[in-house]
Design a protein around this ligand. Sequence first.
Ligand SMILES: O=C(O)[C@H](O)CO
Length: 327
Amino acid sequence: MAGQELPYVLIDCIGGQRGVFEDHVELLEKHFHLITMKEYLENKKFLSEKITAIYIWYHKPVINEELLQSLPNLKIIASSGVGIDHLDLHLLSRYGVKVANTPFAVSTATADFAIALMLASSRRLVEGYQMAVSPNTEYFPANWLGDEVSGATLGIVGMGAIGYKVAQRAKAFEMKILYHNRNRRNKEEESAVGAVYCKKIDDLLQQSDFVLLSVTLTPQTHKLIGKRELELMKPTATLINISRGVVVDQDALVEALQNKVIKAAALDVTYPEPLPRDHPLLKLKNVIITPHIGSATKKTRSVMVENMTESIQAGLAGLPIPNEVLL
Ligand SMILES: O=C(O)[C@H](O)CO
């Protein structure tokens, strides 16, 4: 690259929680001129022709038609993580812009996190911690019990890379595994984890002690779990969501949890994120909520940045793009 100008890459912000992590800037700056949205807007005349790629850490910046029209040489968008529900692929394809994500980077950490949520909820980890640190020693009830994960039935809705890794982990807990997916996995994959396919999601909901949502958000999965589906679940069951908040009808979920239609929920995703501080979900004892951190490990985040860098470089060089998202 000696003597060659580095490609100009638009990012949301540096150091911001959802922009570029400070830790990643050094690596990125070896390959790209990073231009923040603020810098772009301040110097649009010069930069609009220069910018050839956009780097989206998490779900920002918002890519709309106005932005696309102002970037005539934009070739590729690299988006962190696996979900691409924040991007309009049809619009981008009309502008000839390619998209890449990082699905393989996130699956291990996110599957680990699903198991963490399941265990934390079933063994009442958060309540237990609150008891342990409470100044009130009478707050240590002797008959305080959780539920056992080992031997229980886990229903996985969405058996993609993450769902399958959850199944591998659940097998080690001697769980019975059911799954529902658009496409059935092959027999070898099923038997490797002892997973039983449920063609109808209703069968899975009726039989599972833990229902894990690990689907991609699409028009078909939007509010996939509503009042009817919650009522199909066992009153002793727990709903775990690591997908997207809107896969669940949140009002129906609140009602189901308040009325003990299901036992509990463990949610890494909600809508909006974060929830307003007075949201009823934040007041329920049978709910654990985490701030969308399924893939948030140092190792995974570094691999994501490497993947995104490679995709941008390939896209700009006209080479096959690793992890390209196809329409
Ligand atoms: O889609 C993903 O990988 C995570 O949810 C982060 O957006």
